[in-house]
Design a binder for this molecule. Structure first.
Ligand code: GBH
Length: 427
């Protein structure tokens, strides 16, 4: 039997723009993802989040599904564009608590109000201060019931996919803006931690997408800096790594005051893990716009079977990552805040069960090696708007029919229900 420690937290995750729909309800204002998805050519098939899973109106049914699954926690994000009327989250949190499900709230999962983008978005330092004000307002409303808070989801994606390659909103492609955005996102995180702490939040975290970089040691080290250490080091060690600072400081000023704010202690580090990257030295290579400064480095073919996203399936990458984090950044408990896979549509999804089984085993092995890992959240509860890839890529434990909006639990949902019920995998 693969059994987990008592109190290990099993959950599932979603994000506001990916599931809510109801983009005009109750005074919601436009976000950068409304603008981006309505710009022709940006999202596959021209899909938008206008309706998505209509979770905004169907949350009661979805909470019932969570209850059937036996979820102990549910990770959702609050839409900043809904700040004028947060009543939806008030109702959602009450519905979760009625079912004994712990709400885990992320304050920013990529849906920046368009009005802030019009003033520069994350390239404008002021956005970080606005984020802290927003954090305080959300905590004022939900803080009596929500104990666990996450500032940002995956600042790497916000900065380097939003402002580096432009594959995501706001669709800017410029290394200078990407690095500047990265620093301002870190500052927003630190100011957000201060705001939440002052308001009395019990547990505060940051969620990073951490991608182990395999291949030639020199290139792998550089890309690891630009993808992983750029956020890990300032938050958990108080300084940007030298190899990263060399790039950053070309575009933005990094003061000691900022570094002190960014290093504000957190209670948990959220880890989103999907796959690894493989790189080699190649003098002719242009590098990647999502890792500016990587001229002379080429990304090589993933190994083995690929997911519908084209990502390599490699559970050992997760075990190694967790062990590395506990060695390089000791003292901070870890939580898997996202892990999951897009597979071909259907209610039978043996590939998803195999993927999750492999990764849950990897997590168990890491705990066996002494890693302080507190929980595991599947991405995702529901099929949803997979950003630039639209609705074709399906990550849900629960299938969504986008014509009828009917929900159908997949085989993997039954499998995960068993895992939660026995707090471990079957023999
Ligand atoms: C998460 O992002 C998001 O938080 C979530 O909203 C999203 O729906 C989910 O994952 C699934 O995509 O780009 O080929 O080099 C994950 C973002 C995915 C970025 C893996 C780095 C590395 C593979 N990460 N990616 S590749």
């Amino acid at each position: 039997m693969t059994t987990f420690p008592d109190g290990f937290l099993w959950g599932a995750a979603t994000a506001s723009y990916q599931i809510e729909g109801a983009v005009h309800a109750d005074g919601r204002v436009p976000s950068i993802w409304d603008t981006f998805s309505h710009t022709p050519g940006k999202v596959h098939h021209g899909h938008t989040g206008d309706v998505a899973c209509d979770h905004y109106h169907r949350y009661r049914e979805d909470v019932q599904t969570m209850s059937w699954l036996g979820l102990q926690a549910y990770r959702f994000s609050v839409a900043w564009p809904r700040l004028a009327d947060l009543g939806f989250y008030d109702r959602l949190v009450d519905a979760l608590l009625d079912e004994g499900i712990a709400p885990v709230a992320t304050l920013y999962h990529w849906d920046l109000p368009q009005s802030l983008q019009d003033k520069g978005g994350w390239t404008d330092r002021d956005t970080a201060y606005r984020f802290a004000d927003y954090a305080t307002r959300v905590h004022d409303l939900l803080g009596d019931r929500v104990r666990t808070w996450t500032t940002l989801n995956e600042p790497w994606v916000s900065a380097f996919v939003g402002y580096g390659s432009g594959r995501h909103a706001p669709g800017v492609s410029d290394p200078a803006t990407a690095f500047t955005a990265a620093h301002h996102l870190m500052l927003a995180h630190g100011l957000g931690v201060q705001a939440l702490r002052a308001a009395g939040a019990e547990s505060i975290s940051l969620t990073l997408n951490l991608t182990p970089i395999l291949g030639d040691p020199g290139p792998a080290r550089l890309v690891d800096g630009l993808a992983n250490r750029i956020f890990l080091d300032p938050v958990l060690r108080g300084a940007y790594p030298d190899d990263v600072l060399e790039h950053l400081s070309r575009y933005t000023e990094v003061s000691l005051d900022d570094l002190a704010t960014i290093a504000e202690p957190i209670d948990v580090l959220g880890v989103n893990y999907y796959t690894v990257n493989r790189v080699v030295a190649d003098p002719a290579a242009e590098g990647s716009p999502e890792h500016p400064g990587t001229q002379g480095i080429a990304w090589t073919q993933p190994h083995g079977a690929l997911t519908e996203m084209g990502w390599e399936v490699i559970p050992s990458g997760l075990e190694d990552l967790l062990v590395r984090l506990s060695q390089d950044y000791p003292g901070v408990p870890l939580m898997i805040t996202e892990n999951g896979v897009a597979v071909p549509d259907g209610v039978a999804d043996p590939e998803r069960i195999a993927y999750l089984d492999g990764h849950v085993r990897a997590v168990h092995a890491a705990i066996g090696k002494g890693v302080d890992l507190r929980g595991y959240f599947v991405w995702s509860l529901l099929d949803n708007f997979e950003w630039a890839r639209g609705y074709d890529k399906r990550f849900g434990l629960v299938r969504v029919d986008y014509d009828t909006l009917e929900r159908t639990p997949r085989d993997s949902a039954r499998w995960f229900r068993d895992v939660i019920a026995r707090n471990g995998l079957p023999a």
